[in-house]
Write a protein that binds this ligand. Sequence first.
Ligand code: MRU
Length: 336
Amino acid sequence: MHPFESLGLKHDGRKLWVLDQTQLPDAEVWLDGSEPEAMVALIKRLAVRGAPLIGVAAAASLATFAHRGASATEYAAACASLRAARPTAVNLMWAMDRMKDAADPVAEARAIFEEDVRLCEGMAMHGAALLQDGEGLLTHCNTGGLATAGIGTALGVIRRAHEQGKRIHVYADETRPLLQGGRLTAWELWKLGIPSTLITDSMAALLLRDGKIQRVLVGSDRVAANGDFANKVGTYGLAVQARFHSVPFHPVAPFSTVDLACADGAAIPIEERDPAEVRGYGPWRWAPEAMPAWNPSFDVTPADLVTSLVLDRGVYSRADLQRGVLAEVVGKEKSE
Ligand code: MRU
């Protein structure tokens, strides 16, 4: 069994381990994800999260299961239940569809892992070229090494620009309700030494008004054929604010996040999570226990609000997206 080694995933030759992202930044606790059933639970409760990583981790878990001698029936059932663990990030379905028919599940999972590392490098190269010295950048949720097998999507672009010596300053939205920005992006930025400031989601408009932000970079969980895309709830609001203030807005994603079967954003399934996540976090609750709450985990941003989409294979403008460029650039690898 080949090792899988990333910020949030590792294999010790016997077991597959995932970094419990619900305990960051306070504790770095590794949990056993070797059993697909355990991996399904880890993905559902966001111990493992981020569109590319859930596909990579699910594939790695299936590979260890096959390696331990799972029967064809057990393997098929595990693959189906991993595929259904979360509904919005199409990377999970893409990885499971590859694993379903794989002749050698270990080699296939390893290929999915290594491909994700390369896709991150592609996004970083194309995206970092857009960023100018001295820019203030705004990002949402966590799109870094914790969310992928490599250096990340939007945060990978930011990291690469920093490594190139561009003097950038990152404003990270804390990202209500589960605080992936405050807990995870802040942790990654701090570890990487990238100049940054944490804000609550409601502060972004003020920074845009005051000219502190020159560019907004976000990830995506699913990009429709026309360039509409789903990402962590709050992304759509940021896109509206960026347009109002004439600030460029870029989703950053690997081709594995594009779903040509969704003609537009209306076809993207949006996960709704437990309303209790809006009323509190961990041991804390700030709303009455019986207060009704609504908890869509993602929203859809129309391609109209996108300045350009950064993919692993290039940068595509709003006009490119609207003339259907995605079918051309990812059509060969993803069927409609
Ligand atoms: O619910 P999460 O934390 O899995 O949501 C993650 C995001 O919305 C990211 O922005 C997205 O997966 C794309 S970047 C890797």
